[in-house]
Design a protein around this ligand. Structure first.
Ligand code: WT7
Length: 650
């Protein structure tokens, strides 16, 4: 092994390993050599209404077409709910932990089945058909699971929009996928504060209607009972309608390649893309990774702290765990409410065995001090997971030693919205751990590191991370824009899926993700296109130009740094700075609020008027030693001015 600190797999983890190292190596080799044989066998972990006879039919060349299990038929909600009824109908499927520690519920598989059927019947009664898009804008309450599973039961395509997005962002997503039904709640509740979901949905519906895409139905779940506006004929209390609906609703047989859901994600250019996932391959991938990466055993209590508004919530709060018949914990709140011991109180209360969270939360809790962790005994914990951004070794060690007391393997899982499920991560019974490395590829995943010219780097080296072969859970297209799919992911390096991440491979063949190499930044595990923040800024009447870059932030991973040039005659001021921050929050949502704004009389541009972001990134990082070649700038003095005036940033 290498000189980097290595946490060797301890005997305890290896004992009864689901996958030992020999098995990992054998299965991995088979999955690459004979994907049809490998996935043909593992695809049978699901219940198929009609078994598939074909396994893989996919190519990264030309038009790019990805099909898995293409002649098979199944239904996701049947696999996640119905098929468990016989053996575990009375087992808890969802433990719901409210924002308020005194609020919670437990939903058995039998109850989940009944609710999903009722919700599905309500959707049908309002005219939702197979293939229709349903937008879901909900807090973290069990009803969001009922709604999502109900869509999948009748073959409607859900598009979940994170509750922290603004009415404008929500409207953009409603219009893009031509959705006419929105499911929401009166208000959300996070850290004791209310989130006006219905009011935001009302505004979004107005914006969508003005854009030619009317919202015909808004189905509302009562969460707080707060006052809301009501549009007769359009708005429906969903919980009431569900109580009145029939609890019987057969699951619709779906083709493996029928669309399952759309999830919008930011890229380096343009509007967010509607990432489209389909049914069969996705569910095989997420159920299999949930079992093996988290070493999931029957009876385990499993908790992923993500929000269902992100792909982690789709794949590893709901679909992976439920496909495996697990008990999954859904948490409405935040890590520091009522205080910074909340996670560990919840772990003790529900005897959580497997805990999966994000580096930003780990760093925030590390900063709060070890005494908060010690308020919980954490004896039930067996495995810890990390996802969303690179985990710095210091945070990894703290997670391992302080939270896990050296007992629990830490699985750092690298993947993306587009991937459907985990692609690079240790398997606890097999992989020796290195703090900060996502380690080795999952079965069927063939990472390649290429240089900027596309030449493949073998062995030790660093470059751009691509995936060379199709895998079952990958996205199939950008909803409504297949050309954009091909252009975004398969045109930079022909014949390969390009991740947008930089990566290093070490002497043990381990992968170390170094972060995005494009104009995407990762703020508290939330992916943000710098172009989106820029266009929000220039939409402000006093702004003439803006350039946005990421900079290292102790807790968030990256912060949002904005260079802003004002219109002729406008003066920089603290009031204007506040106004701009409020403006971006309103346009995109609180998650996009700028951390720093530097007013700049001019931005560094090449003679062909291209903004030189490389230089802006360096200045944001306070690294002036390596500005590189500035001779191609139209006016090199702009850079000196930006450096001289950086004290003014706030
Ligand atoms: C981007 C994808 C995957 C669900 C959550 C984020 C970064 C994600 C890791 C990790 C290093 C990571 C990458 C990736 N990322 N996990 N374990 N180590 N980087 O999904 O919003 O689609 O963002 O998050 O940069 O490209 P997403």
């Amino acid at each position: 092994m290498s000189k980097e600190t290595v946490h060797r797999v301890q005997a305890a983890w290896k004992k009864d390993a689901l996958i030992d190292d020999e098995t990992y190596l054998a299965w991995y080799a088979e999955s690459v050599r004979d994907p049809d044989g490998f996935w043909g066998r593992h695809g049978r972990r699901l219940d198929w209404f009609k078994p598939y006879t074909k396994v893989r039919n996919a190519s990264f060349e030309g038009e790019v077409s990805i099909k898995w299990f293409e002649d098979g038929e199944l239904n996701l909600s049947h696999n996640c709910v119905d098929r468990h009824l016989e053996a575990r109908g009375d087992q808890v499927a969802i433990i719901w932990e409210g924002d308020d520690p005194n609020e919670g519920r437990k939903i058995t598989y039998r109850e989940l089945h009944e609710q999903v059927c009722r919700y599905a019947n309500v959707l049908k009664s309002h005219g939702v058909n197979k293939g229709d898009r349903v937008t879901i804008y909900m807090p973290m309450i069990p009803e969001v699971a009922y709604a999502m599973l109900a869509c999948t039961r009748i073959g409607a395509i859900h598009s979940v929009v994170f509750g922290g997005f603004s009415p404008d962002s929500l409207a953009g997503r409603i219009v893009d996928c031509e959705s006419h039904v929105v499911i929401t709640a009166d208000e959300g509740l996070r850290g004791g504060r209310k989130v006006p979901l219905k009011a935001n949905a009302d505004k979004a519906a107005e914006i969508a209607a003005a854009a030619g895409n009317p919202v015909h139905k808004v189905l509302v779940v009562r969460r707080t009972g707060g006052a809301i506006n009501w549009v007769d004929g359009r708005d429906v209390w969903l919980d009431e309608a569900a109580r009145a609906a029939s609890p019987v609703c057969p699951a619709e047989p779906m083709n493996a390649e029928d669309p399952l859901f759309i999830l919008y994600t930011s890229g380096s250019t343009g509007k967010p893309k509607g990432v489209l996932h389909t049914t069969g391959g996705y569910l095989v991938h997420v159920s299999m990774t949930h079992q093996y990466v988290f070493d999931y055993r029957d009876g385990d209590i499993y908790w992923c702290t993500a929000d269902v508004g992100w792909v982690t919530g789709h794949s590893y709060i709901l679909y992976g765990p439920l496909a495996n018949g697990a008990t999954t914990l859904m948490f409405e709140g935040v890590p520091n409410y009522p205080d910074a011991s909340r996670f560990w109180q919840v772990v003790d209360k529900h005897k959580v065995n497997i805990f999966y969270t994000a580096p930003t939360a780990i760093r925030a809790l590390m900063g709060a001090g070890d005494e908060w962790v010690r308020k919980g005994a954490r004896r039930s914990l067996r495995l810890l997971g990390s996802v969303g951004e690179p985990i710095n070794p210091e945070a990894w060690e703290w997670y391992f030693h302080v939270v896990g007391e050296g007992r629990c393997p830490v699985v750092d899982t690298w993947w993306q919205t587009e991937n459907g499920g985990i692609l690079i991560a240790p398997l606890p019974g097999s992989t020796d751990l290195k703090p900060g490395s996502a380690t080795r590829p999952f079965f069927g995943v063939v990472p390649e590191i290429v240089d900027n010219d596309g030449a493949v780097i073998e062995g030790v080296g660093a470059g751009n991370l691509c995936i060379a072969q199709p895998w079952p859970g990958m996205m199939r297209t950008v909803f409504g824009d297949h050309d954009r799919f091909v252009e975004t992911y398969f045109s930079t390096y022909k014949g390969k899926y390009f991740t947008g991440d930089g990566c290093r491979r070490d002497e043990d063949g381990y992968y170390w993700i170094t972060g995005r190499v494009d104009d995407v930044i990762n703020v508290s595990g939330h992916r943000m296109g710098t172009a989106e923040v820029e266009s929000a800024l220039v939409a402000h009447e006093k702004v003439s130009e803006a350039a946005v870059v990421g900079y290292p932030h102790d807790v968030k991973g990256q912060g949002i740094y904005c260079y802003v040039t004002l219109m002729e005659g406008e003066e920089p001021s603290d009031a204007l700075r506040k106004d701009l921050i409020a403006h971006v929050r309103q346009e995109i949502g609180p998650i996009a609020a700028p951390d720093k704004i530097q007013f700049a009389p001019a931005l560094p541009k090449t003679r062909s008027a291209k903004i030189m972001r490389r230089i802006l990134r360096k200045i944001a990082e306070d690294d002036f030693s390596a500005l590189g070649d500035t001779s191609t700038l139209a006016d090199p003095s702009v850079v000196d001015d930006l450096i001289a005036n950086r004290q003014n940033r706030k």
